[in-house]
Design a protein around this ligand. Structure first.
Ligand SMILES: CC(C)(COP(=O)(O)OP(=O)(O)OC[C@H]1O[C@@H](n2cnc3c(N)ncnc32)[C@H](O)[C@@H]1OP(=O)(O)O)[C@@H](O)C(=O)NCCC(=O)NCCS
Length: 85
């Protein structure tokens, strides 16, 4: 499985690409003192443009934190199903 991390300062987002071509956001973390300043959204957009360039059409979120569901909706993600892998 291939992994890649993008950073803005100490904030980071990690993605993995399965051999079958499925893309997942594995981890996203913004330090508390930097939250609410669009850093999380910018990291998600960085991943999306990279994934688009690489031909991905769908990105899933690996084990999202229930407390972050509101964030994911704000940045354009919807729950349409769950996969147990
Ligand atoms: C969730 C997290 C990544 C958000 O990062 P952030 O940089 O504060 O988010 P942004 O400033 O880019 O917020 C984008 C939008 O989402 C909203 N938002 C942010 N966190 C939210 C939350 N927990 N619930 C609801 N809405 C949220 C913001 O208000 C903003 O809304 P707007 O479009 O009206 O401006 C950050 O709080 C974090 O690292 N939390 C701990 C780890 C975690 O839960 N990671 C997710 C793993 S699935």
């Amino acid at each position: 499985m291939k992994k890649k991390t993008f950073k803005i300062g100490d904030a980071y987002i990690t993605i993995s690409i399965d051999p079958d071509g499925t893309w997942f956001i594995d981890d996203l973390f913004v330090p508390e003192d930097q939250r609410g300043k669009d850093v999380g959204r910018r990291l998600v957009r960085m991943v999306e443009s990279y994934a688009k360039r690489k031909g991905a059409t769908t990105i899933g979120i690996w084990a999202p934190e229930p407390s972050a569901f509101g964030f994911w909706r704000r940045v354009g993600y919807d729950e349409y199903g769950r996969k147990l892998l």
